[in-house]
Each structure stands twice: as C-alpha cells, then as structure tokens.
Design a binder for this molecule. Sequence first.
Ligand code: ZN
Length: 377
Amino acid sequence: MNRLVDYFISLVEIDSESKGEKKVAEKIANDLSEMGAEVIFDNAHHSTQGNVGNLIANFKGKINKTPLLLCAHTDTVGPGKGIKPVIKDGLISTDGSTVLGSDDKAGIAQIIEAIRRLDEEGYEYAPIQVLFTISEEIGLLGAKNLDYSLIKAEVGFALDWNGVGTIVTHAPSLNVFEIIVTGKEAHSGGSPEKGINAIQVAGEALGKLKLGRIDFETTANVGNIKGGLAHNIIPKECFISGEVRSHDEVKLEKVTNNIIKTFEEVAAKYEVKFDSNVFKAHSSAHVLKDFAALKIDKKEEIVKIAEQAARNIGIEPKIEVGGGGSDANVFFEHGLIVPIIGTGMNDVHSTNENIKIDDMEKVTQWVMEIIKEYSKK
Ligand SMILES: [Zn+2]
C-alpha cells in the first residue's frame, strides 16, 4: 500500500467544489491534529459565503525559527462531484465525468506526507505553518479574506502548479472591467430617428480595440457582451466585460484606460435631436483590481532553498513565469514571499486531469528537502 496515493485518493473522493470545502477541510484538520499540529480555522467564509474557513495548522518544530509556510487550496473546480479516480499504469485520472481534483489535493497530500515522513525519520525541523485556503478557484477568495494575524511565517511555498521542479516567481496582475454603453430606446420601424443603438456603438468601439497579446507581458480580452430586448426595439444598453493582465502595473493601467477611453470617444460621436432636445450616447466603466502582480526576485533565499532542495534529489529546478493569478499574488500583497511550485498535476480544469504517481512521489521528496534546507539555514 502506498500511503501518499491512498491519502490523495481519500481526499479527491470527498467533494469540495468552491464554497463547499467543509467536509474535506474537517477530515484534513483531524489528520493534522493527530499529527500533533495546532489546527485553527479562520472566519474567511463569513465573507465568502462558503461553509468553512481557511485551515491553518501549526507544527511547532524542534528549532527556534520563523515558521515556513506551506500552502495549497482545498477547493476544486467543477465538474467535481462524485469523483471516481482511476489508477492505471502508474497514472491517476478519472472515469472522464469529472475533474480529478489533483488541483490542488495533490499539493495537500504532498505537504502532509512530507511532514509525516520527517516525523518518522525523527528529523528536527523548523516550525511549519500549513495553510489550506478555501475558494481559490473562484477569485482567490480564501487568500483575500484570510486572517493574516494568524500567519507568523514570512516565506514559504504554494503547491499549485504543473510540472516537477517548477518554481513560479512571477505572475501578472489583473484588472476586470465592466462597461455599460447607453444609447436611446426607440421603435425600430416607427421612429428610428429617435434612437441611438447601444449595440452598434459598442460594436464600433469593440472594432477599434487591440485584444489578445498586447506585448510579452500584457494581454487583454473582452469575454462577455449583453444587450437589447427584441428585434423591433433599438437597444438602449449594451454591457461589455473583460480583463487586462500585465506583469507591469503601469501597462496594466494604460491598456485598461485605453479600452475605457475608446468606448467613451465612440459614444461621444452619437447623438439624436428631436423636439428641440439633444440625446447623446455615453459609456460608463467600472474597473476592479482583482489582484496585484507576483514579483519575487530569483535571488531570494526562499527561491534558492527550492532550487537546492530539488538538486538534492536529482531534479533540475526550472523557474517559470505564471500566466494567471493564484493565492501567491494575494500573499505577496500582504508581504509574504511565497513562490508557487509544481505538484506534477496535468491538464487541470478539465475531465482529462491526471497525475503520475512517480511525480507525486518526487514532489513529496522535494517538499521534505525544502523543509530540511529551510531548517538548516
Ligand atoms: Zn489550483
């Protein structure tokens, strides 16, 4: 029997789509308590409408040092209910009807197994703070609402990436924008002269936008458009939402502002006059800064620890730039230096999601070495 694999399987068999992590979190909390950790839940779910808070487990360790943070998230994306893992030829996947949930339960299993093995070895490690966040997949909600007064660590790792030996030090910031173009409603056949078609205004503005990859570190997208009531009504409103990502905050703001300005300028050209009144189209925008960029210097001690730990077990570390946001972005805003490392998971957020048992094992050894290297310094 393989304890690591068995534990991983026991986790993925418990449903935990975002906001519904309670059952799996309680199991993990029990197991961590039995391992001797002090386990605390915060009240993040009061803000996120989930059914359980973030889980924090403190392992005292045997040496006097600031604790090392080891993180993963307890939620999965859908379809994630009734997961039936299939093990074949050293690969764990599903029956094809759900995701596997190795994102991020592989990380949870690896952290817990690494600590179990160090305990069995009698290794005298530094204090460890294990943090399992909720609702990462629906906007990093656990990390955003975490009770940071409970976090004594300053550095650590989030196990939430693909590959083995991969270390993510940079990830972009994200702006989400919502634009409402307002025109003027009128009967399309009876009095088209009295209308301003909001969909047409939006369409003209959309045609002027540069979307997709803007430069090597910036992307932009329009992902949703809604408007109009019926074919015989000139639509009064058109709603557009999208996003801009960049590793550079100045570019992030510039590209976002350009998009908003384009809608305003196009809208300003449209007006109708009748009954001695003038009606103008207009555009209003709302921008939500979803998360700031993750920017960790490759020369940081914690990055060196991960690299050395990988080499200790014959894995060549690889520093990568992430394209999305994760809890680590939010931690970074709160002054925590937490690179993201690979767990070996593949094809996540799809029903083809899978992980090799060998890779799960290697990452577990890597985490053990990381704890050892951190404890030595
Ligand atoms: Zn994840």
